[in-house]
Design a binder for this molecule. Structure first.
Ligand code: MG
Length: 297
C-alpha cells in the first residue's frame, strides 16, 4: 500500500526523532539531512524542513508528531459526548474489506423525531441487520433521513489508490459526506465518525481540501453506540448492495463478498469470461487476491 506522510517538524522534533532512532541510520539521499530505516517505515528528513515517513508503518511513527505540528492544530469543541444527544450526525463506510465491489461512504442526520422510527427498524444494532433485511430497511431510511452517500467505483478506486493510502481516501470521503450533508441540514454539534484513523491523522489527510468539517467526534465501534452512525452504516450497505446487484446483472455472474478462496475462484471465472483487463472494473487491485488470481495454475 502506498503510504506516505509529510510533516513540517520543528528542529527539536527532528533532533528528538533522529536521536531516538540514530542506530537505524541509512546513507542520506540528495537534499536530505538524514534518513532512518525502521520496521516498516523509512523516515527522510530534508533540508527544506520537510520530513517524509514512508511505508506500511508510516502512521505509527508519524502520529506522535502530528497533533503537535502547527498546520494541523485546531480547536476542539468540548461538548459532553452522549450517544443519546440529538440532533446528531454520523458517518461510516463499507466495502474496504471486500476484494470485489465499490467503496461507499454515507453520512446521516438524526433528530429526536427519527429515533422511534429508526429503533423500530432495528438500526440500533446495525451489525446484526442481515444483507437480506438491508434492502427493505435501507429503502425506508433513505426516504426519511437526511443523508449523503458517495460511491467510489473500482475503476476510480484503483486510479486513486495507486498514489494515495486507504485512510487518506477514507478521510476525504467522510469529509465530503459531511460537506454534502451540511448543504441539506445544519450540521449538529455532535457529528460522529466511526473511527478508522487518529483524529490528528484524519485532519492531516485533509490538509489540501478546500472545505474541511472540523467539529467531528471520533469513536471506534460507533455504529452500535450512535443511532446516526448505525443509520449511516445501513445507508452505505444498502447503496453498496444495490450497486452489487447491478454489477451481477451487468456481468451475469454471482459475486462473493470478503477476500477468501470463494472470491478468488469467482475472480478467475470472471477473467476467463471477460479478460484480465476488465478486472479493474470490479476489483480492488491492490489486494493480495490479484496476485493469487493472476498466478498461472
Ligand atoms: Mg466503520
Amino acid at each position: 500500500m502506498a503510504n506516505s506522510i509529510t510533516l513540517n517538524l520543528t528542529s527539536s522534533q527532528e533532533n528528538q526523532l533522529y536521536t531516538a532512532y540514530s542506530a537505524y541510520q541509512q546513507p542520506p539521499v540528495p537534499y536530505s539531512k538524514w534518513r532512518l530505516k525502521l520496521n516498516g517505515c523509512v523516515i527522510t528528513c530534508y533540508q527544506s524542513g520537510k520530513t517524509l515517513f514512508q511505508g506500511e508503518n508510516a502512521e505509527k511513527y508519524a502520529k506522535n508528531y502530528i497533533s503537535s505540528t502547527p498546520q494541523t492544530q485546531h480547536k476542539t469543541v468540548s461538548v459532553h459526548q452522549s450517544s443519546a444527544q440529538y440532533p446528531q450526525a454520523g458517518s461510516d463506510e463499507v466495502g474496504t474489506g471486500d476484494y470485489l465491489g465499490p467503496v461507499v461512504v454515507a453520512s446521516a442526520y438524526v433528530d429526536e423525531s427519527h429515533v422511534h422510527f429508526l429503533e423500530s427498524l432495528g438500526v440500533k444494532d446495525s451489525k446484526a441487520v442481515t444483507d437480506k433485511d438491508i434492502e427493505n430497511i435501507g429503502k425506508q431510511i433513505i426516504e426519511v433521513i437526511p443523508h449523503s452517500v458517495l460511491i467510489v467505483s473500482n475503476r476510480k478506486y484503483n486510479a486513486v489508490h495507486s498514489t494515495t493510502n486507504l485512510n487518506a481516501i477514507k478521510a476525504k470521503l467522510h469529509n465530503q459526506a459531511y460537506v454534502n450533508l451540511s448543504k441539506k441540514v445544519t450540521l449538529p454539534a455532535l457529528c460522529v465518525v466511526d473511527q478508522f484513523a487518529e483524529k490528528g491523522l484524519y485532519y492531516h489527510y485533509l490538509k489540501d481540501e478546500s472545505q474541511v468539517i472540523r467539529t467531528l467526534h471520533f469513536e471506534t465501534k460507533a455504529e452500535n453506540k450512535y443511532l446516526s452512525v448505525g443509520t449511516a452504516s445501513i445507508i452505505a450497505r444498502y447503496t453498496f448492495l444495490e450497486y452489487w446487484k447491478k454489477m451481477e446483472e451487468h456481468y451475469a455472474m454471482t459475486f462473493y463478498k470478503g477476500a477468501g478462496d470463494k472470491v478468488n475462484a469467482c475472480a478467475r471465472e470472471f477473467i476467463e469470461k471477460y479478460g484480465e483487463k476488465e478486472l479493474s472494473n470490479i476489483a480492488k487491485l491492490h489486494f493480495k487476491n490479484t496476485e493469487i488470481v493472476l498466478k498461472k495454475q
